[in-house]
Design a protein around this ligand. Structure first.
Ligand code: PEP
Ligand code: MN
Length: 264
């Protein structure tokens, strides 16, 4: 993949302030939940609302998302708040539905990035569109697999690309749900400095209390933004409850990051 400046241009349209902040629940649960969170975020630094509609759960039997119905809620949230929207797509059918409902940014999840066949199908389904696509790192610490997914999209003429660092799974339990392995995104950034790099502190942490520190590290490393799971009643969330923070906490974290930056 050539190192094209074009890769960065989309960022300006989505980033009203630096860094780009994407926030919203792990999963869209009900219309009321999506709209409540969107309204609580609308005057924050978050310019893009996230919500998972199709949820790839590692083990069966957990909540697997509300499906296409949730896309209407995202659309309504966009109309009411002016926020842009993003959701995960894991196959060409998801892409088709997300395009139909005017989702602004599509992201490819960690369990999809590991599969070149599916990534290729998604890339083919996106051909000819000018959507922004963010590629999460694969669950396993494999830079080539991550880059390979980006290259497949780039080859399908998707030029508005970015990557999301969500940490890497390890068999031993550490303080992280997924180890950050900061050297891997740094290597990617060195190879492709024009590819926007976004931190997902929520899936790295798996808990609330280290979200701030992870965001701080990302800013110190010149990341372009972050995607933070945010819920109005995090403890009652239908997925990833332990790591979600309230919109109020997100606003406080952003303030604290700014104060730190001014001091340093
Ligand atoms: C998510 O963003 O809610 C998600 C399922 O993420 P990941 O693909 O990083 O596990
Ligand atoms: Mn999640």
């Amino acid at each position: 993949m050539e190192n094209s400046k074009e890769l960065r241009t989309w960022l300006d349209d989505f980033k009203l302030s630096h860094p780009l902040v994407i926030a919203g629940p792990c999963s869209a649960e009900t219309e009321e939940q999506v709209l409540t969170i969107a309204h609580q975020l609308k005057d924050s630094d978050a310019t893009v609302l996230r919500a998972g509609i199709w949820k790839p759960r590692t083990r069966p039997g957990n909540f697997e998302g509300v499906g296409a119905l949730g896309l209407k809620w995202l659309q309504k949230a966009k109309e009411e708040t002016g926020m842009l929207t993003t959701t995960e797509v894991a196959n060409p059918h998801h892409v088709e539905l997300a395009l139909k409902h005017d989702v602004d940014i599509l992201w490819i999840g960690a369990r999809t990035t590991v599969s070149p066949f599916i990534v290729q199908e998604i890339a083919d389904a996106l051909k000819g569109t000018d959507k922004v696509v963010l590629v999460k790192n694969p669950v396993n610490p494999d830079l080539s697999l991550w880059l390979g997914a980006v290259e497949r999209l780039h080859t399908a003429d998707i030029s508005k690309l970015g990557v999301i660092h969500r940490g890497f799974s390890a068999y031993e339990k550490t303080k992280y749900r997924n180890n950050p392995e900061w050297q891997i995104p740094i290597e990617l950034q060195n190879k492709f400095p024009d590819l926007p790099l976004i931190l997902d502190p929520s899936h790295i942490a798996g808990r609330r209390d280290i979200i701030f520190d992870l965001c701080q590290t990302a800013l110190d490393l010149n990341y372009d933004g972050m995607m933070v799971e945010t819920h109005h009643t995090p403890d009652k969330a239908w997925s990833d409850a332990a790591q979600q923070i309230t919109p109020e906490t997100l606003i406080q974290i952003m303030e604290d990051l700014k104060v730190r930056k001014e001091i340093s």
